[in-house]
Design a protein around this ligand. Structure first.
Ligand code: ADP
Length: 508
């Protein structure tokens, strides 16, 4: 269980509900593996703790084995055994926790969306800390993510620090303030947290419904470092319109709150090595991109008659945040402008999924539009590579990874200026931005008119001057969206917190 720390670097443990590619629902999964890999390359010892879901991508784990030890963790007044598995994912050591609990928390065939998610993840948070504690680990940083592992922060300070397991500082990253995991107060005690102590306005009581307890708020209050995934989003959530009830809490804790723009895993997202692509290509040789476009059109049964007909795509979870009505509008508007549209998306919301299924069957045999309503990473890669433009009309977007992946594959982003989109996409016509940073098209208000204008600008740019378009494509492919600079920011945050903690310990 224990692993000696060989480097002079920090010992960092991520506790999370997702990690790409074994357990990925959205950006969180990409962040956990991308950030961890980058930190490992910088010489830190990085370990990850995940639930052992039955729906893990088991073929992506090497050397998976169950350990002889069973870790017992507290829940609902008793101890439950947890089977612990270890394996390597993307070169990183990962512990998988399999609770021996009658509710079979992670044998549900899906990651989230279960009626007992609060129980599933509060159980997991407790078991993950118990594992670290019983294994005798002495991490410098425990980094937890989103409400599912937000329980780690109060559990650590209220229960584990008191047992002497107190070497670590807690870093918490919120990837989306829309999901807070609030539940009735009574639920909190299952994992051993003390309702009397925590159900208070300055601790875990929900700011909007006083009979509820809010794990996300708990992590903001109890962590040493709180981050979110872009500087613009960090500003936005301090306002009542975007803070989803937590702007007041964030303002009180603003000294430890910062926005760090995510990176992408540039090894995995690389058109010159991507094994999925029929033809590899790079900024220096774009011929392969045209061939992939042709290949995708044939694969999806779209017309291939006009090579210079722009292909616009969108790859997304179909949830209100992503501006679903604008995505729908963009399909029609793209065809109106003479382009082709491909949507790859799935919705956890039944009425949205149904609406788009209707649209998908409407366009089933259309020469210029195709909607594929499922989660399919292989297809996503083919689409990123084939597209000329990539549209993201989000109402809000904490960071957004698809604009960065799209650029890496030479698809020019058309985005609404919000959150991380505002920090990574700069309009080619915006004279206030230095020319070398301009890399796409953007609009401000999330309405059809503004989206039409941005699409039209992009189409004009594409058709009027193919040479300029080619240069734009080459420029965006050469931009550095790797984790290196973001990981360095995390490294600095961790180091500052660790130095402060050591200084305090020496004084004591
Ligand atoms: P979010 O985390 O809000 O879903 P992000 O832009 O941060 O959005 O991350 C989305 C990630 O999920 C990207 O890697 C994107 O390629 C991937 N993705 C989203 N929808 C699909 C889908 N239907 N099929 C394959 N990949 C998808």
């Amino acid at each position: 269980l224990t692993q000696p720390q060989t480097s002079k670097g920090l010992h960092i443990v991520h506790i999370a509900a997702e990690m790409a590619p074994v357990a990925k629902v959205g950006g969180l999964g990409d962040v956990v593996s991308g950030l961890s890999k980058s930190l490992q390359r910088k010489g830190h010892l990085v370990e990850i703790v995940l639930p052992k879901y039955d729906c893990l991508q088991y073929d992506q784990i090497s050397g998976l084995k169950a350990l002889d030890v069973a870790i017992e963790s507290f829940f609902d007044g008793q101890l439950f055994k947890n089977k612990i598995w270890v394996g390597i994912v993307e070169g990183l050591p990962v512990f998988f926790i399999e609770p021996q609990h009658p509710s079979m928390f992670f044998h549900r065939g899906s990651f989230y969306g279960e009626h007992d998610d609060f129980k599933r993840f509060s159980f997991f948070s407790r078991a993950a800390l118990e594992l670290l504690y019983q294994a005798g680990k002495k991490p410098d940083v425990i980094h937890c993510h989103d409400w599912q592992t937000a329980f780690v922060a109060p559990l650590y300070w209220d229960i584990y620090a008191a047992k002497g397991f107190n070497s670590a500082r807690i870093c918490f990253t919120c990837h989306n303030f829309e999901y807070q995991g609030a539940a009735h107060v009574s639920e909190l005690s299952s994992c051993g947290l003390d309702i009397q102590r925590l159900d208070r306005p300055d601790r875990m009581q929900d700011n909007l419904a006083f009979d509820r307890i809010n794990p996300l708020k708990g992590a903001i209050v109890f962590s040493n470092i709180v981050t979110t995934v872009s500087p613009t989003y960090a500003q936005e959530v301090l306002t009542p319109e975007c803070g989803r009830g937590l702007h007041g809490t964030l303002t009180i804790h603003s000294k430890k709150f910062v926005g760090v723009l995510n990176g992408i895993d540039t090894d995995s997202w690389n058109p010159s090595t991507d094994i999925v692509l029929p033809v590899k290509y790079s900024a220096d040789d774009l011929q392969g991109k045209a061939e992939n476009k042709d290949g995708l059109r044939r694969h999806l049964g779209l017309s291939s008659k006009k090579a210079f007909q722009p292909l616009v795509s969108c790859i997304t979870r179909l949830v209100p945040q992503k501006g679903v009505h604008l995505i729908r509008h963009a399909i029609y508007q793209t065809m109106e402008l003479g382009g082709q549209f491909v949507l790859l998306g799935a919705s956890p919301i039944p009425h949205i999924q149904m609406e788009f299924e209707g649209l998908a069957s409407h366009f089933k045999n259309h020469p210029d539009a195709r909607l594929i309503l499922k989660y399919d990473e292989v297809l996503s890669r083919l689409i990123y590579a084939a597209s000329d433009m990539f549209i993201i009309p989000s109402l809000f977007e904490p960071c957004g990874l698809t604009q960065m992946i799209a650029m890496r594959y030479g698809s020019v982003p058309i985005v609404r200026r919000t959150g991380g989109l505002n920090d990574s996409v700069f309009d080619v016509n915006d004279k206030t931005i230095p020319v070398q940073f301009r890399n796409g098209f953007s609009f401000s208000k999330p309405d059809e008119q503004e989206l039409n204008n941005a699409l039209k600008h992009a189409f004009d740019y594409y058709t009027r001057n193919p040479e300029n378009w080619r240069k734009l494509v080459q420029n965006i492919m050469r931009l550095d969206f790797s984790w290196d600079s973001s990981a360095q920011q995390y490294e600095e945050l961790y180091e500052k917190a660790v130095i402060k903690a050591r200084a305090a310990a020496n004084l004591a």
